[in-house]
Design a protein around this ligand. Structure first.
Ligand SMILES: C[S@@+](CC[C@H](N)C(=O)[O-])C[C@H]1O[C@@H](n2cnc3c(N)ncnc32)[C@H](O)[C@@H]1O
Length: 457
């Protein structure tokens, strides 16, 4: 496979290691760019799991681009090593770094030179990564890429307008640069997220209830309810699956698909921790987010109220890739984590707290039986909320065997009591006390059983 792309073949000048396609001047900056550049330039461990960088983060601006948890948004995906990836709006490069560690070719495009410069510095030792200053408009509309990543960017492309046109134009451009069978990954907040319902400020405007009120006031960005997002993707030529991310796509610790919601109400209720963190502005404490979530789960509508979505949108109507994972089909990769109904992956070599690898696939290949995160280290996780496990807490089990294999059983069965008043939110619940290992309803698969054991911190 040749490691070039039409974008790489453009004859453009280079500034700070970035190839300059255009000067879009979109005005996006969070003020942390210079500090991030200084930190990254001085760092010796630039990896996506770098504790050195995590420890250098001092505020939300630096945390957002430095902590390993950022890459969890794509860690659950099956990204083949030879994939060609286009990343639009790479910012200061935390996802770029992870993609560059995984895949042969990563073209990352960012309109803000100061941010592109940090992304370039973060991946300076990776030959797989090229960073460009520009936008998707500058990328030749040639079907080149196996995967296009749009992480926290779609909401900005229309500059806050409510009209669908700019978002459709953008998504159709993504479609044009993907190979047939390729996948567009879109991570974005949900305007109907349970944290917003319970009083958290909207992430882009810092105003409570802003997205629920349809962005009635001016906003630099807008997000989309699940069905609207899927409608935009369908109108752009994509078939999509939508995953729910908690506490959000920014620092995900739980990612759940629809099978998960249907398979186990207990998992859907218990995997997220509440309240979700307020990164910049404290919320109005108007409702208990955890109790609200429990009600939504019990009502069978919870997937519409996740705080963030990760949409996996596929181009083309050729032979489907089935539900296999880490396999190739139709000469393009399937990135859908179809064997994982939920995942909370720690960075390799660091903490791994949640890993669910249920055997729900019907495709070929042996059942996945190990945690995808590799060997966890005994180091505590420095950047996640308190109370997390220092080891893998979910793993698959042989059919017919005890889920945890250590004698632990669930204190909370399908017919058992719901959360008691002393445990008003799942975040206050010791993880060991709610293992659904005895719950047959949690079994989603045909070729095994879901992993369902919980471990304490
Ligand atoms: C919330 S940040 C996300 C950055 C990165 N994807 C990440 O997850 O760390 C949004 C980024 O999108 C960029 N952006 C804004 N409008 C854009 C557009 N129309 N096309 C491409 N990128 C855009 C901004 O400059 C900014 O770096």
């Amino acid at each position: 496979m040749t490691e070039t792309t039409p974008l790489r073949e453009l004859d453009v000048r280079t500034v700070d290691g970035c190839r300059v396609l255009s000067s879009p001047d979109l005005g996006y900056a969070d003020g942390a760019e210079q500090r991030l550049y200084d930190i990254v330039q001085a760092a010796s461990d630039l990896s996506s799991s770098s504790l050195e960088l995590a420890e250098a983060a001092t505020d939300w601006g630096t945390t957002y681009s430095l902590v390993p948890t950022r890459a969890n948004v794509v860690r659950g995906l099956d990204l083949p090593p030879d994939a060609k990836v286009l990343e639009i709006g790479c910012g200061c490069g935390p996802i770029t770094r992870y993609l560059g560690e995984q895949c042969a070719v990563v073209d990352s495009v960012e309109p803000m030179p100061a941010r592109a410069r940090v992304a370039r510095a973060r991946s300076r030792d990776l030959t797989s990564v090229e960073v460009f200053v520009g936008t998707l408009d500058d990328v030749p509309a040639v079907p080149t890429y196996d995967v296009v990543m749009v992480i926290g960017v779609l909401e900005y492309v229309g500059l806050g307008v409510l009209d669908a046109d700019p978002y459709l134009t953008f998504l159709r451009q993504c479609h044009a640069v993907l190979k047939d069978g390729g996948t567009l990954v879109v991570a974005i907040e949900n305007p109907l997220g349970v944290k917003y319902i319970s009083g958290a400020v909207e992430d882009h405007t810092n105003r409570p209830f802003d997205s629920l009120e349809g962005y009635a006031l001016q906003s630099p960005a807008r997000t989309f309810p699940r069905q609207v997002l899927q409608g935009l993707l369908a109108d752009s030529g994509f078939a999509s699956e939508v995953l729910a991310a908690f506490p959000d796509y920014k620092l995900p610790r739980a990612v759940m698909n629809d099978t998960m919601f249907r398979a186990s109400e207990q998992l859907a209720e218990g995997l997220p921790r509440f309240p979700s963190p307020d990164y910049l502005v404290p919320r109005l404490n108007l409702a208990d987010e955890g109790l609200t979530w429990s009600t939504l789960v019990a009502s069978g509508v919870a997937e519409h109220f996740a705080n963030s979505f990760i949409a996996l949108a596929t181009k083309g109507s050729g032979p489907r890739c089935g539900r296999a994972t880490a396999t190739r089909c139709c000469s393009t990769p399937s990135v859908s984590p179809s064997t994982r109904c939920a995942a909370r992956s720690g960075a390799a070599g660091t903490t791994c707290t949640w890993c669910v690898v249920p055997s729900i696939r019907s495709g070929p290949g042996p059942p996945v039986t190990t945690c995808p995160c590799g060997t966890p280290s005994p180091r505590p996780n420095l950047w996640s909320p308190a109370g997390i496990s220092s080891r893998c807490s979910w793993r698959s089990r042989p059919a017919g065997r005890s889920c945890c294999g250590d004698g632990r059983t669930s204190s909370r069965t399908p017919s058992g009591p719901r959360w008691t008043s002393s445990r008003t939110t799942s975040s206050s619940l010791p993880a060991t006390s709610w293992s659904p290992s005895t719950r047959s309803g949690a079994t989603a698969g045909t070729t095994g059983t879901p992993c369902c054991c919980a471990a304490s911190s």
